[in-house]
Design a protein around this ligand. Sequence first.
Ligand SMILES: [Zn+2]
Length: 270
Amino acid sequence: MMSSYANRGFWLWVILCWSTLTSANPVLEVQHLGNEGVLLHSGETTVLIDAFIPEETYGRYAGLAPETWQSMLDRRGAFSSVRLALASHVHVDHFQPDAAVAFLRAHPETEFVSTAQVVEALASVEGAAAVAGRVEAVETGGIDFSISAHAGIRVEFLRLDHGGEFEDIQNLGHLVHVNGFKVLHIGDAEMSRENFQRFGLAQRDLDVAFVPYWYFLNPSGVEVYRQFLQADSVWAVHIPPAQVDQVRARLAESFPEVLVGNGNRRGLIK
Ligand SMILES: [Zn+2]
């Protein structure tokens, strides 16, 4: 009898130590969902960025795998409770308004925050009125960044100009603080020093950064990456499936520290 009580005490001790250890050392689960769509999950919190993309776009950028989209609608696994969803900009490879409304209708717990252009596109979808109370536009006109808190998640919204010929597209970078982790997602930000230098990103000690793959193929992009986008875990994203092998080979050669964001790749950050 004595030894059985002693054993029980031992196991109680093990459980206490384990729960102390796990609560003192939170982990962040990162899942690449497709194109620039990502899931961040830590503790009880799940955040989605650029994830409402079930359809393939422009004939080259992957949408979500059908089973991933179904899991999102069915609230399975890490998708069971999504406190916050974000979208960088209105282009359909980052945001599909019908999908956003379908998701928000299936997730009454989710708040959605994005640009005025995204919110306007969402409002034009049938059924959008039912979710309008949980949709918020971030001011992107005259400011460089703003900070807001949603259910314990802090987000710094960075006004980063869109690259290429899209000057009138509002593009948001997101610096998400979740459970002590700092995660940067930059949408399709133009790869110039001027675009990034005002945010002090080099001093932010980032845990994770998601970077469009073309940054690594261009001298200006490489300069921005080296100067502003350093993180413990860097993911190349927005890779057309037809080019994944080529990009992987290129990164392995010159940027072996960079992970290839491809489909449902997952990572654990400690
Ligand atoms: Zn874009």
